[in-house]
Write a protein that binds this ligand. Structure first.
Ligand code: ZN
Length: 251
């Protein structure tokens, strides 16, 4: 199943994608929403970020080669941080480079969308059952600010620093998924979740021991090696085969 959120005739709705058409849903797909009404051609709607999370929980240094390229050790436990929901933009929306940074990087990531309220010490198997589906996320980062401060919050929280989409795919093997990034059509990152330090199910279980995850919340699983700078005018694409391509201009 593939789901999305979209704008059409001034209304924002969840949608179920059927081929090249979309049908509006009565509620979020993880809240029991069902398709209703006539199908609309995808070309006639504007796709939005496919979920409205209360938070995005992300993880640093979760691919061995990426930890190494930034000169870091591989963490013994997941290194969590949060991106604010206000950083989210949808497919096609511009990533805005702030005045405060001279070095803004792309980070292509596979992310999951949580289906129900999760708290307490879950097993990886329980975590797996609580994931609705999978999407692409660009964990845009002001690398110079991150390096200078040692903290992640300011560097990763600027408005527009969290493109998500284009859709959610429920049928994906997250243990063997490709994660790619292209800038101006040139491949910058080409990774596989086979190289993850902590797999997505372990991550969700670990996070649930710290904070309650709510339906629609997003957990991003880290970025493979090859992170690098974005410049104004560069279109950037994050691709997870089977999910799709998340494309955003940089301004
Ligand atoms: Zn990241």
């Amino acid at each position: 199943m593939r789901t999305c959120r979209f704008r059409h005739s001034g209304r924002e709705r969840y949608g179920a994608i059927e081929g090249d058409r979309v049908r509006a849903m009565s509620a979020a797909p993880w809240d029991g929403g069902l398709p209703e009404g006539a199908p609309i051609a995808l070309g006639e709607v504007t796709l939005l970020a496919p979920a409205v999370p209360t938070k995005i929980v992300a993880v640093g240094r979760n691919y061995r080669a990426h930890a190494k390229e930034l000169g870091n050790e591989i963490p013994k436990e997941p290194l969590l941080f949060i991106k604010p929901s206000t950083a989210i933009i949808g497919p096609g929306d511009p990533i805005r480079i702030p005045e405060a940074s001279k070095e803004v990087h792309h980070e292509a990531e596979l992310a999951c969308v949580i289906a129900r309220t999760l708290s307490g010490a879950l097993t990886a198997t329980e975590a797996r059952a609580a994931i609705f589906g999978w999407t692409c996320l660009n964990d845009v980062t002001a690398r110079d600010i991150q390096r200078a401060e040692g903290h992640f919050t300011r560097a990763k929280s600027f408005d527009s620093f969290c493109p998500i989409g284009p859709v959610i795919e429920t049928d994906l093997d997250p243990m063997d998924a490709g994660v790619l990034c292209r800038v101006n059509g040139e491949v910058r990152q080409r990774g596989s979740t086979r190289d993850l330090v902590f797999d997505p199910y372990l991550l969700v279980a670990f996070i649930s021991q710290v904070m309650t995850l709510l339906p629609g919340d997003i957990v991003s699983t880290g970025t493979p090696e090859g992170v690098g700078p974005l410049r104004r005018g560069d279109p950037v694409e994050v691709e997870v085969p089977k999910v799709g391509i998340l494309r955003n201009p940089v301004v």
